[in-house]
Write a protein that binds this ligand. Structure first.
Ligand code: MF3
Ligand code: CO
Length: 249
């Protein structure tokens, strides 16, 4: 069941969205050679505590942290550990926060120091594919038009789209209907409606789209060991158009 939100509810989600955007901005500057995923998680947790927001992920199905930290070939759901990030790595950071009962969820992939042109391009295309998707997050289109836009954009540039993980509705719950795959034929699935709140999140691999989950039950990595990037924002459909809730400026 897809739950569309009232203007009042969207006002609240703007506030949770701003908190998430602020944390991801803050972490952009914290990401540098030598910093550990646990330090980044701690910084995120401290910030949420300071502004009185609740982490969405901590204890969600037993997830043990505030932040997901996913370096290089890790696609998503990396559990923060004490392995320092190294120059030339890329790292995906994913976080959700609850304010007054409403979640917002977003992710970015950042460079660690100086990175190869190849990795920089992966990050860039992943981000661009989200904005390509925004062209279809409007009343008059359907969910799979969004999915298809991401797929066509990324595959045309030589990348693959993870199949087994999707975007999702977001609101009172971190994960709501509908599922938003990052691949598929256009013209299918639910129609985009006023008041829908959606987390659109391309997960883009440099090599194969096949992924595997580690024994910890969380860490999802590419099967070929090649890098993966992630870019996610929570959005609301307002006046028929996408309003991005988790992006500053
Ligand atoms: N941000 C992820 C998503 O979009 C959620 C992470 S799963 C968790 O689905 F368990 F870590 F919360
Ligand atoms: Co999400």
């Amino acid at each position: 069941m897809i739950v569309c939100k009232s203007a009042r509810e969207i006002e609240i989600m703007k506030r949770s969205g701003k908190v998430v955007a602020d944390v991801l901005d803050l972490l952009r500057d914290a990401v540098r050679p030598g910093v550990t995923p646990r330090q980044l998680d701690q910084a995120a947790e401290n910030y949420l505590k300071k502004v009185g927001a609740i982490p969405s992920f901590k204890n969600y199905n037993g997830y043990p942290a505030t932040l997901c930290v996913s370096p290089n070939e890790v696609v998503v759901h990396g559990i923060p550990n004490d392995d320092p990030l190294e120059e030339g790595d890329i790292v995906s950071l994913d976080m959700g926060a609850v304010v007054d009962g409403y979640h917002a969820d977003a992710a970015r992939t950042y460079p660690v120091g100086k990175i190869s042109a190849e990795k920089a391009r992966l990050i860039e295309v992943t981000r661009e594919s989200f904005f390509e998707a925004m062209k279809y997050c409007r009343t008059g289109y359907r969910i799979s038009d969004v999915s298809n836009a991401v797929q066509v954009y990324c595959e045309a540039r030589g990348y693959s789209l993870v199949r087994v993980l999707t975007g999702h509705g977001v609101g009172r719950h971190l994960h709501e209907d509908p599922e938003i795959p990052n691949f598929g034929k256009p013209g299918r699935g639910p129609r985009i409606q006023e008041g829908m709140t959606l987390a659109v999140e391309p997960m883009v691999n440099m090599g194969t789209y096949f992924v595997k989950t580690a024994d910890d039950g969380w860490t999802v990595s590419t099967c070929d060991g090649k890098p993966s990037a992630h870019y996610e924002n929570s959005i609301a459909i307002v006046d028929g158009e996408p309003l991005i809730l988790t992006l500053n400026r």
